[in-house]
Structures are given as structure tokens and as C-alpha cells.
Design a binder for this molecule. Structure first.
Ligand SMILES: [Zn+2]
Length: 351
């Protein structure tokens, strides 16, 4: 990977004196001089701190809201959704794929092909694998009549299309104008921007999804508060975000794929996220975090450590697979150290 020589424009940098999650000023430096090693497109060298109050990590200084777009020049969400080809799969893999599609068609009313009708029965017996499939659909509950879902940071629109097929009325927001143009081309109700693009829609949504979004925003607590305001009483917020306490971070340190500097401005952990949600007013937090992303992230983190493009040279070793099993062993592994924090939180029925 070529060394980054450009600096971030100096007028496009802001200082962060207090933790953007809990407001504490106590901190220690985790890493200094970090560069964009994931998409190799953002200029600058960056320092990451860990808050002594809530243990979240955050960039200081960081790009301003006005200039942050410079970090997204070759970001991957521009691509339209593509179906996975089964042509080059072995017979056994094709069968597993068809069973998985059968389960998803049954549970989420999708029409994936090829599908095997035994899928729902097979995956009922395999809860660990079922959770992996559910993760693709963010474990959506069955929709109520007219149930309205908002996906913030909808990217390619693949999830919006899947949710629509499952019976949801769907809307999406994304700061990327290309994503918005593609989304409109797919006939979706989408707006350009973050969650604030829907700020006039108080108490409108049954589900709001913030998947891999909260780590990108300048005011994460403000975003969670707005989500609370836009949900109907009893509505659900889905959050998925990298976990600074992840096993992968402990192992790969500054090379961990989850850091993604400088696009990730703040990296939560299970405790800081759940505490913040409760402060905002959410209740009934349901942990949906799963250990399986470990292996995938380890392959990419290793490529980053070797100075290679993690999307072309990810390499999963036998050791990664062994660690993948180790971090998923019930009773031995800590469920709060998964690569991502994933959860549902409910807005109180009486709000
Ligand atoms: Zn903090």
C-alpha cells in the first residue's frame, strides 16, 4: 500500500476535548499517527483516545462535518446489490446455501433462489447458525400491518429491498448522493443525509436501523436521541457497531479492521452503548451480538498489518479459525467482547 503523504486540510479539523459518548475529559492515548489503511483514500494521520469514564474510543482531532466527505471517496457502498452466484460452489456448499435461503424465505418472506424447503426445520435445530442468517436481516420482527421501517445509512439498499419484501413499508437515509440516486432508481423512498433527513417524522417508525452508522457520526448521542423521537411508542431501535473491547482489537491492536480511521469517529463497547441507550430512555435491550465475525475481521486485520489491501488480500489462517471457535465457546468466551455490538432497544410503550 502506498504511503499517505497528503495532510487533511487544516481548516477541516476540529478538536474533541471531551468524550462524545459520556462527556468525560479523562482519557489515555491508544494510538497515534494512524492512517486510512482500509480504503486508502482519506488523507491525514490521526490519534485515537480511550475515555477513562466509559472506555469508548474516539478520534481527536477529527475531520469536521463539512469536510468528512473527503474520507469517503472510494467507499464501498456505491455498488448496487448483487446476488451471490452458486455456479462455482461445491455440491455440499450449494445445499447449505439453498437451506439457508429456504430458512430466510420462510422467516422473512424473501424469494431467494435456489431454496430448499427443509431450511426452516434444519436451522431451527442450529441456533448458532440461525443467528448468523438472522443477522443479515437484523433479526427483524414480523411486521405489523403498515409497519414502517427506517434504515439510516442504507448504502446499496439491499436491506431496504429485503425488508420491503418481508412486508415492511421502508424509508432510507444516506449521506452519499450516489446511494440516494441508486435507491430512487430501485423505487425506494430515500433521502440524502443522516437521520436528521427524517427529523420531521416524530413517532412515525416501528423500527429504526443504525447498522454501522453510529461510529461515523459527529454527535452519536444526538443521533440516538433523534432515533428515540422518531420511533413510535413501543418501537425498536437496531444498532450494530464495532466494539473497542472486541477480541479482534485485543489481538490485532492498531491493525484491527474495526478501527477504520478516520471514518470511525467513535467506537463504543457493550457497556457504553447500553448505558447511553438507557440514558436516552430506551428499555428492554436485547443482545444480538454474535462471535462469528471474528474470523472474517481477522483475515482483513492481518492484511492491514501486512500493509496490504484488506479487500483483496484478506487471508484467514488456521489460527484464525481456531480463535474463531475459542471466542465463541459458551461459558469460556465473554459475550461482551464480540467484534460488533448488535442489539435491539425499545422505546417505552408509555412514552
Ligand atoms: Zn466516555
Amino acid at each position: 500500500m502506498k504511503p499517505l503523504v497528503h495532510a487533511w486540510p487544516s481548516e477541516g479539523i476540529e478538536h474533541v476535548e471531551r468524550c462524545p459518548v459520556c462527556g468525560s475529559s479523562g482519557r489515555e492515548q491508544l494510538y497515534s499517527g494512524l492512517t486510512d489503511r482500509v480504503f486508502d483514500c482519506a488523507p491525514g494521520r490521526w490519534d485515537l483516545y480511550q475515555c477513562k469514564g466509559c472506555q469508548s474510543a474516539y478520534l481527536d482531532p477529527r475531520p469536521t462535518p463539512r469536510t468528512i466527505h473527503l474520507a469517503y471517496e472510494t467507499y464501498y457502498t456505491h455498488q448496487p446489490p448483487v446476488a451471490r452466484s452458486t455456479e462455482r460452489m461445491s455440491g455440499a456448499k450449494r445445499l447449505v446455501h439453498a437451506l439457508a435461503n429456504g430458512y430466510r424465505n420462510h422467516r422473512y418472506h424473501s424469494d431467494l433462489e435456489p431454496a430448499n424447503g427443509l431450511g426452516p426445520y434444519v436451522f431451527r435445530l442450529l441456533p448458532r447458525y440461525r443467528k448468523r442468517l438472522d443477522r443479515k436481516m437484523r433479526s427483524l420482527p414480523p411486521p405489523k400491518p403498515g409497519g414502517h421501517l427506517l434504515d439510516v445509512g442504507f448504502g446499496s439498499g439491499a436491506f431496504l429491498l429485503d425488508a420491503q419484501r418481508a412486508g415492511w413499508q421502508v424509508s432510507g437515509a444516506d449521506p452519499d448522493p450516489v446511494s440516494v440516486m441508486n435507491g430512487r432508481g430501485l423505487g425506494l423512498d430515500v433521502r440524502q443525509g443522516g437521520i436528521e433527513a427524517f427529523e420531521d417524522f416524530a413517532e412515525t417508525f416501528d423500527v429504526i436501523s443504525l447498522a454501522h452508522v453510529i461510529e461515523h457520526v459527529h454527535d452519536p448521542v444526538g443521533t440516538l436521541k433523534m432515533a428515540y423521537g422518531l420511533l413510535k411508542p413501543g418501537g425498536l431501535l437496531y444498532v450494530e457497531t464495532p466494539n473497542i473491547h472486541a477480541y479482534g482489537h485485543v489481538h490485532f491492536k492498531e491493525h484491527w479492521r474495526g478501527l477504520e480511521i478516520p471514518r470511525h469517529l467513535v467506537i463504543f463497547n457493550w457497556e457504553s452503548m447500553t448505558k447511553t441507550l438507557k440514558k436516552v430512555g430506551f428499555t428492554e435491550i436485547q443482545n444480538l451480538s454474535i462471535p462469528s465475525p471474528y474470523v472474517n475481521l481477522a483475515g482483513k486485520s492481518r492484511a492491514i498489518r501486512e500493509g496490504r489491501d484488506p479487500y483483496r488480500f484478506a487471508r484467514k489462517t488456521l489460527g484464525d479459525r481456531f480463535n474463531g471457535v475459542r471466542v465463541s465457546l459458551p461459558f469460556l468466551a465473554d459475550g461482551r467482547k464480540t467484534e460488533f455490538v448488535a442489539l435491539y432497544a425499545r422505546k417505552d410503550h408509555s412514552s
